[in-house]
Design a binder for this molecule. Structure first.
Ligand SMILES: Cc1cc2nc3c(=O)[nH]c(=O)nc-3n(C[C@H](O)[C@H](O)[C@H](O)COP(=O)(O)OP(=O)(O)OC[C@H]3O[C@@H](n4cnc5c(N)ncnc54)[C@H](O)[C@@H]3O)c2cc1C
Length: 234
């Protein structure tokens, strides 16, 4: 069975995303009502100005920029984690209507490198063999799919605004996140950086972006946790 790798393509995005964010910030602090004046003001602002506002958490200025991705080759494990991000829009390939012949599976590196590699492949093959046997014998695809593994690949169209993307990136680029969703986040970040170099310039795991780790007792130790900062202040 084919093992898939993640593919991410940015298929739609607004023009001048960095400028739109600067204009949204400029309007917050402007007494004037003339659009050209606000646009000029925004154009004069250095990139540092926008980076600073984003880092300060004034993230509503990013919500005017929506990015649309085509994502394929991710497992159903990862798509399930992705759709927990509610401030976004999703359209996902249906297992009710699409035959599993076009699906592949994902194999985590830890399993590939382990003694379970062959057993894993066999479990995948057995699941798919049973699926096909059931479908060929009249079981509806929507019922036969119950036997498909979570490793089964899927594809989706995902739309997220830049505020949601910041929230998604800081959490899923963290070492505490699962590797597959981190790899997905890295690919999505690469794409949006091409069109919004300032907005996403400083993007990284939560600790790098905000300067502390929110994970407290589960921290990987590379940054001070909020708990440690508070204890040091006593
Ligand atoms: C490392 C990691 C581990 C995780 N483990 C688990 C797990 O074991 N089990 C699990 O179920 N989930 C888990 N999650 C998912 C997590 O709980 C969130 O559902 C997910 O990250 C989406 O974040 P969000 O709710 O901030 O985003 P969104 O759904 O996009 O929401 C954005 C913001 O809107 C507000 N909001 C949205 N909906 C509501 C609401 N109903 N009420 C009030 N405010 C709302 C909140 O301020 C929220 O931060 C994990 C996430 C991470 C990063």
């Amino acid at each position: 069975m084919e093992v898939k790798i993640i593919q991410v393509k940015l298929i739609s995005y607004p023009t001048e995303t960095d400028l739109i964010a600067k204009m949204a910030a400029a309007i917050c602090y402007s007494g004037g009502h003339d659009f050209e004046e606000i646009r000029n003001k925004a154009e004069e602002k250095p990139n540092e100005y926008l980076s600073k506002i984003v880092k300060n958490g004034h993230l509503s200025i990013l919500e005017h920029n929506v990015y649309v991705f085509h994502i394929s080759g991710i497992s159903r494990v990862t798509s399930h984690q992705l759709v927990r991000k509610r401030i976004a829009s999703y359209s996902q390939q249906s297992q009710r209507y699409v035959d599993a012949k076009s699906f592949a599976t994902v194999k985590p590196k830890s399993i590939e490198k382990s003694d379970f590699n062959e057993e894993y492949d066999k479990a995948m093959k057995d699941s798919y063999d049973l699926y096909h046997k059931m479908v060929e014998n009249g079981i509806p695809k929507e019922d036969a799919r119950y036997v498909l593994p979570s490793a089964t690949t899927t594809q989706m169209i995902v739309s997220m605004n830049a505020h949601s993307l910041v929230d998604f990136f800081v959490r899923r680029l963290c070492t505490r996140a699962q590797l597959e969703i981190t790899l997905l986040a890295q690919e999505m970040l690469k794409e949006v950086k091409k069109v919004s170099p300032v907005i996403f310039r400083d993007m990284g795991p939560y600790c790098e972006f905000y300067g502390y780790c929110p994970e407290n007792d589960h921290s990987c130790g590379r940054a001070k946790t909020l708990k440690q900062i508070k204890e040091n202040q006593k």
